[in-house]
Design a protein around this ligand. Sequence first.
Ligand code: ADP
Length: 381
Amino acid sequence: MEGDELTREQVPSELTALRKRVAELETAEAELHAVIDSINDAILVADLDGNIVLVNGAGARLLGLLDPSETRPTLTELPGRLRIRRIDGSPIALEEMAMARALAGQNVGLEDRLIFHGQSQRDVYMRTNASPVRDDEGKIIGTVAVVRDVTDIVELDKLKDEFMAVAAHELRTPVTIMKGYAQVLLRTAEDMPTTRQRMLQAIDRGADRIDRIVRDLLDISRLQLGYLSLASETIGLADFVKEVVDRMAMTTTRHDIRIVRLAPGTVQGDRDRLEQVLINLLSNAIKYSPQGGDIQVDVAIREGQAVVSVKDHGVGIPKEKQANISERFYRAHNGTPHDYGGMGVGLYISREIISRHNGRLWFESNEGAGSTFYFSLPLQE
Ligand code: ADP
């Protein structure tokens, strides 16, 4: 011990300082590892060659390693080893993996994948964020990914959709009965006092409204659960659009719904569902131009696509809210003087229906001046 003491006294002061610094760095590293290890999300860091150079405890469990020091798989081995798939179950290529894309310079935010969890022997849903790691000069030297197990959230969401589907389905029968009786009574109501007739009309309208809400809820749960099936028939667009417009024109006295062009063309699709989309756009155009006015409907052909548009001169959509339109339950005019009721699901359902026909739904809008909603569909050869 004494000898030790002696030598230490002889050590130059710089060396002592260096040792102290190394000890500090070791402590800092140990602390950092402890922090990273205590995080519930899996953290994976890979170098340019795809070697995983750092994993925390959750990462090791994700990779099926007994502890983080065990030999790690390379990025190339991950899709096979973890059976990484898209949410619909289809396999992904190596270059589609979040970490591979981050190595190519992309910032990948919140990407959901299915993987096979070896320990529990079941599929789990993983949500990944991945970014490139750069050196001082900005050159990519690796990638870091944070992977979160979102199985509980996804399963809860699915349960909610299933509950919605069952509840909506159960509600349909009583609503149909209510509506049926209200209509029978209305038909035989000649000698009934006007106040009672009004009550029956209110019941009839109320039943209609509940029926629409129930149908929307059913559609949403079907879309979420992947049960929405589409018929495929040949549809002459000009006749189809004219028929729907004529019908909708009868529902308003304050608006003049005019067809400005009916380019001929046929599309392949589900007539009822496409009708639902057009009715939704037209009823929104009516609803969001409460002062009345012109609504123009146009059917054009552009680059092999049929493009149907509905233009109104109503309240429009504020710029800062436009990005969120067609999200489920999003209502841009919620709580404003232009909140005319609704659930904010019509456009979401419409966009999904159009995208399942390989088309696109979009819009242009100026607050206070009106909106134009478009959808395109591939033309039949
Ligand atoms: P809802 O009308 O039932 O709220 P939608 O899904 O049909 O639901 O529309 C979502 C939101 O988009 C509406 O709440 C409204 O803020 C906005 N919106 C839709 N169509 C128009 C339109 N033609 N003009 C102005 N705003 C619109």
